[in-house]
Design a binder for this molecule. Sequence first.
Ligand SMILES: O=C(O)CCC(=O)C(=O)O
Ligand SMILES: [Fe+2]
Length: 232
Amino acid sequence: MISNDIDIDHWRRALAQHARIQIPDFLQPAAAETLARELAERVPWQLAERSSGEARTTPRGAYPDDADYARLLQHGYARAANAYQFAYDSYMLVKAAKEGWDPDLLVHGVLRFLNAPQFIAFARLLSGDEAISRTVLQCTRYRPGQYLMPHDDQDDTEGRRYAFVINLSRDWRPDWGGQLQFLDNDGDVLETFLPRWNSLSLFRVPQRHQVTFVVPWVAHPRHAITGWWLAG
Ligand SMILES: O=C(O)CCC(=O)C(=O)O
Ligand SMILES: [Fe+2]
């Protein structure tokens, strides 16, 4: 599934030095194609948003209708003036696997693959973090008007060590928004990762970052498989 051509030593040094990297051509091309098609055509999306003041993901099979969706988005925008907000589409792979949802989807295999001993060994090698013991995962989709405001991914209960994003949308343009940006405490943008086709964005947690607002003229959604490497 993962490309055999990744220069692990190079990326290990870059990650140790910068705490964030973007590896191009991460998956083998056929795997990237297959997963991209699945995200575009088969994944039954849920809406993740925070307009009530708490993170919520719509239950399986209960994506809001157009009117409810528009209302939720507008509530989120109104509250975004003063509070942390986000709105994006998600498919909760860990929960889906636990509860046996949609067994025909190939993305379940990605969760298994990214938790196999060989992959955990790869994660430890790349990061130098021997405490990494498992991977949690979700599929994500960002459409026009969706976004994820600045946050740092710190989660004391889960033990997140690294965050990663496998980007599966083609030919992403910088004017489309949907960029992963790293921020300092003054609000300056330290670095921007365009969600490039088949790249792996990988960064140490905690770090302040955001996914910028996706513009109305975007040609297609921003699809990704994203997750964390956890300790313990
Ligand atoms: O999709 C991305 O580029 C980053 C997503 C993210 O920061 C998150 O889900 O916490
Ligand atoms: Fe994040």
